[in-house]
Ligand binder design. Sequence first.
Ligand SMILES: Cc1cc2nc3c(=O)[nH]c(=O)nc-3n(C[C@H](O)[C@H](O)[C@H](O)COP(=O)(O)O)c2cc1C
Length: 199
Amino acid sequence: MSFFSKLFGTTTKEEETMTNSKLKIGIILGSTRQGRVSPQVGEWVKGIADQRGDADYEIVDISEYNLPFLGTTDGTEPGIAAWNQKLASLDGFVFVVQEYNHSITGALKNAIDFAREAWYNKAAGIVSYGSTGGARAAEHLRGILGEVKVADVRTHPTLSLFTDFENGSVFKPQDLHQTNMTAMLDEVIAWSGALKTLR
Ligand SMILES: Cc1cc2nc3c(=O)[nH]c(=O)nc-3n(C[C@H](O)[C@H](O)[C@H](O)COP(=O)(O)O)c2cc1C
């Protein structure tokens, strides 16, 4: 078994074709800290997405995989293989991104680093939050996604810690974000379907 197969797991063609025709989109929560608000945002995204009926949407919580810090173990933790299998089962992603020191969380970067082919030729949308809508973190994520062959769509809902959260902790999004969310999901679905033909 090669080094990369051991670390990232392997995906067989059979596993890839054992999917039904409906696209599967993972809503990835980028933060893992205790007391995080990302589950509230993820549920809001899923609520809007589920009403569309055009794909199977699911929340993917990095914290459930107990990923070690890359390179600090021999890579045999079951969470690493499970993470790769989950990503391999998905056709596209919506990243729920929060701004930490003008970038994405270390947890999200680590989780991205822990897979390779499972990301390739898939599409993603980004919904971010922070004091400036998480814009700086989202732009960093776009650069990273290019390296793992994930095509990020243009439309990008940006949520403000000041106007879309009460006390920075209770998520109360303004109505205007609905329109952007719909446009972003339209793009994710279109590109996820198109890119599926490459895999
Ligand atoms: C270590 C750390 C650094 C942060 N840096 C920024 C920042 O640079 N810009 C910003 O807008 N918010 C920043 N924040 C505020 C977070 O965006 C805010 O706490 C948000 O709720 C974090 O998402 P989470 O609750 O899902 O973890 C930072 C928070 C932490 C914990």
